[in-house]
Write a protein that binds this ligand. Sequence first.
Ligand code: NAD
Ligand code: 2YH
Length: 279
Amino acid sequence: MALLTPEDLANMTNALIENDRLITELTGLSLAGLCRDIYKTAPKNEKIGIIPITAGGGIIGSFSESLLFTARHFGMDGFITKNTDVAGYYEAVMKGADIILMADDLAYIAQNLRNGKISHNQICTGRIYAEILCRAKSDGGKGAAGKKADGANDGDNEVLVIGLGKVGTPALETFIKGGQDVYVFDVDSNRVDEIVSKYPVKKYDPAGSKTFLKIFEATPCAGTIPEKCLLQGSMISTPGIPCCISDELIEKYGVRVVQEPLGIGTLSMLYGVFDEVKG
Ligand code: NAD
Ligand code: 2YH
């Protein structure tokens, strides 16, 4: 399991703001609006208690601070406990936290102490990054020649999913539910076989010539997007760290890339534990 580093989080605040702008451009909804639409929940002045955890690799510089930035940026009240671990949990409860955020090396969770809901970072991250692509309408790609009657381009309903792990799997489930035609690839061919036997998806053949307007990536490796699968105006939604595509390819194909190290997944987790709302 790859751990975040302070370097990964160095530009997180700007990245969150810039990605929210891009998500709005692609989907017509802001990140918070999208989360509300997906989970049918909304915040109601919950106080977010963030607990630094020393287990395993220990405290990651800027991790708790990045969570607090995210909570406050989206209008929530929050605090980081002075104590860590169990003492921090006790402190958070005693200070009136409604929702707890905490992470060790294996899991990053949110728990709503009022309604009992719990959410997991990998699941919520896969889901929100996939929903962004499900709802994205390209204005590039095949251009006017590829337009269908509903205004979508050919290829708007096809997606390539690269990386079939703990983030990629909930993402592909989201794509299937969203009616997308899903192609999958993983460097681990056993994992590909397992996924293809369990879900209505097709194998992506790296030796073939298929191209995609929509690509989702969740691996811990750089350079995982084959150039041959790109189109002018392809859209990539990738929580993977480091980034899966070079700046050169982004520029050459005018690719729009949704990628940010922590805040998008965190907001998805928070909406996953808020109370439900009507409409
Ligand atoms: P995982 O280990 O469960 O899954 C990764 C998958 O990628 C594996 O199936 C592996 O075989 C595959 N893979 C590795 N190298 C590959 C390559 N070169 N080409 C194709 N497939 C390859 O990991 P995960 O928990 O799913 O996390 C995936 C990535 O997402 C990690 O980089 C993690 O740090 C990141 N992540 C980011 C956020 C965020 O908010 N941005 C949140 C959670 C996880
Ligand atoms: O980065 C991680 C793990 N990869 C789990 C997250 C799942 N995507 N954990 C963060 C650890 C934070 C640390 N314990 C702290 O600062 O509290």
